[in-house]
Design a protein around this ligand. Structure first.
Ligand code: ARG
Length: 607
């Protein structure tokens, strides 16, 4: 099943081939002037350069060859040689019926399907999540759904940050704060019973404690070199396998994971795997041995580093004393620190090895803040040098920031990092106010109303994020995000709910859907829009850019609105017209819900 754009592209391509020209020239695009045509082909201009004929002459030959095509009612040549195509009402009706009858809304499958691992979310033990984690979760979840919808074997992994310096910091900070914890650590170090010790640790450690202790500990490490050294040693001891530290670390990780899972779940984000940086730890010794054997590591001030810059790749770097030097770029990857610890890049490299063994992915996507671009460049080049994965299979899907009104990454009014749970609660509250204001949901029972407000809130946050190309930064504006008017998530939910209510009414009246007939201009536009979904999905997949789907969903809702205003459905002039318009409405609703679902947005039944 092809969409019209693809089918017409093939027909026009055949016409070019018939004229002895490359068929790729037949590519068609939606018309720039929808008042004149549905699709256009610009290939005659390129062909003119090869064939030394004026483009209009070539266009005329192509148009003549297309004369017998029953799907076209008009082929016209415009300007310097644009070929304008008008699709017949029959072809539009046929394609709309195909979309209506297809549970995939007319979208094709990837051929062949690929094995894809998507690394997104990336929350850390105890460290509060910031807007980078929020955006990563929203974009990554959408990409995971898009790949799965395309038929790819897709695995989403949270890549929990549970193995770095912050673990050493937290061990010291909790032992300092709670004497029993210091005692338990000493007891296990002296050979005491780990089961009893674990029970005591679990009774004393909870998330509020970790969240309270982490910021001052991180702050102290910045100004107090002795404390910093102690935390580094603690981190190295944990990684080296000190039993008491492993025990308390496990408790930290469990406590954080439970809370994080709950918050992500409220945002409609679910990972297939909750692996962490620590899961790659068992592979690190053999990986380092392998890197050594391949001669890839070098000593640098007591550390082992892996150089990734090519010849002549340099950048200017400012030193602490203010002088500027030229250094290699990207920086070398720090594989083993001078304390003997694994670093952020070490676990990332070992995780590539692990993923290679577990799933053998053809594509590794890392949905992480654009500010980590250099880190990924280092890791990916290192992986390629070590032959763990080809460079082109490793892709950093970077994104811009969500900013506050001051143009800086969003913070709360108190200047802190906004917690995900608080953000959702705040947005739900706003959504509730918006529903009341618009007189919506008044007849819903309390539970359903609350559920609806939650869905409106999630739609508001996600659509505000996903409607822009991911590289673009945007300003957090809850008023605008939650409005039922404009290009917003709530607007789309409202349109979907309106169609649901129309269809319920039709069912009550015993009106049934039937064969699609395309007659009115807005019916044509609607059929063309339904047809365009496949292209939006393919493009979102190709460019790892969910905004193509967001854009499509918005356009579909708008075109349906226009259609609905111009073409009465229940009050249609005759039964056949009503049946056709009901079919179109069903197809729009199904495709809209599919598109929203790909964005991670759920539609309520009513409002
Ligand atoms: N935990 C990291 C952070 O908070 C993000 C992890 C991203 N994924 C990765 N494989 N490095 O910055």
């Amino acid at each position: 099943m092809n969409d019209l754009k693809t089918a017409l592209g093939e027909a026009v391509g055949a016409a070019f081939a018939g004229a002895g020209l490359p068929p790729e020239l037949g590519r068609v695009t939606p018309a720039d002037r929808p008042d004149l045509a549905d699709f256009q082909c610009n290939g005659a201009m390129a062909a003119a350069r090869m064939a030394t004929l004026p483009p209009r002459d070539i266009a005329a030959r192509i148009a003549a060859a297309l004369e017998g095509n029953g799907d076209l009612t008009g082929v016209e040549i415009a300007g310097p040689g644009f070929i304008n195509l008008r699709v017949s009402a029959q072809a539009l009706a046929r394609r709309a019926a195909e979309v209506a009858g297809d549970p995939r809304g007319g979208a094709s499958l990837a051929d062949p399907p690929r094995r894809v691992i998507i690394d997104y979310g990336g929350p850390n033990v105890a460290k509060p999540m910031h807007v980078g984690h929020l955006r990563s979760s929203i974009i990554g979840e959408a990409l995971k759904r898009i790949h799965r919808f395309r038929g790819d074997v897709t695995i989403g992994d949270a890549h929990f940050g549970d193995w770095g310096f912050q673990m050493g910091l937290l061990i010291l900070a909790t032992a300092d704060e709670i004497p029993v914890i210091a005692e338990v650590i000493a007891d296990v170090d002296a050979g005491g019973d780990p089961v009893a010790a674990e029970a005591i640790l679990r009774a004393h450690v909870d998330l509020p404690l970790l969240e309270r202790l982490y910021p001052p500990a991180a702050e102290r490490a910045k100004r107090d070199p002795d404390f910093r050294d102690a935390a580094r040693k603690a981190t190295a001891a944990l990684q080296g396998g000190r039993a008491s530290y492993r025990l308390i670390w496990q408790v930290f990780a469990d406590v954080s994971r439970v809370a994080l899972k709950r918050d992500f779940h409220a945002l409609g984000v679910d990972f297939d795997l909750w692996k962490g940086e620590s899961d790659a730890d068992p592979l690190i010794p053999e990986m380092i041995a392998d890197l050594e054997a391949k001669g890839l590591l070098e000593s640098d001030q007591g550390a082992r580093i892996l150089r990734v810059a090519g010849p002549g790749e340099t950048k200017k770097k400012k030193l602490d004393d203010g002088s500027v030097v030229v250094v290699e770029s990207p920086d070398p990857l720090l594989v083993v620190s001078s304390e003997g610890s694994a670093m952020y890049g070490t676990t990332d490299l070992a995780t590539i090895l692990q993923r290679r063994r577990d799933f053998d992915p053809q594509l590794f996507l890392y949905v992480v803040d654009q500010r980590q671009a250099e880190h990924f460049e280092q890791v990916f080049r290192a992986a390629a040098r070590a032959e763990y994965a080809p460079r082109e299979d490793l892709v950093h899907i970077g994104f811009g920031t969500m900013n506050g009104p001051d143009g800086k990454p969003f913070k709360t009014r108190e200047g802190g990092v906004l917690k995900l749970a608080d953000l959702i609660a705040m947005t739900s509250e706003k959504a509730t106010a918006r529903l009341h204001e618009a007189g919506l949901g008044a007849e819903l029972a309390e539970d359903e109303f609350r559920d609806t407000a939650h869905k409106v809130a999630v739609a508001a946050l996600k659509f505000a994020d996903l409607q822009n190309f991911r590289g673009t930064s945007y300003v957090f504006d809850l008023d605008r995000f939650t409005s039922f008017e404009g290009k917003t998530g709530p607007y789309l939910l409202y349109q979907a709910v309106r169609i649901k209510s129309l269809l319920r009414k039709a069912a009550d009246q015993g009106a049934v859907a039937g064969a699609i007939v395309i007659a009115e201009p807005t019916e044509r536009e609607l059929a063309l829009t339904l047809d365009a979904f496949n292209q939006a999905v393919v493009e979102a997949d190709d460019k790892s850019a969910p905004h193509f789907i967001a854009e499509h969903a918005f356009r579909l809702a708008q075109v349906y609105s226009k259609f609905y205003a111009a073409c009465p459905v229940l009050a249609a002039a005759d039964e056949a017209t009503r049946a056709s318009r009901l079919s179109l409405s069903q197809a729009v609703l199904a495709q809209l819900e599919t598109a929203l679902d790909l964005l991670g947005i759920e539609t309520p039944e009513r409002m």
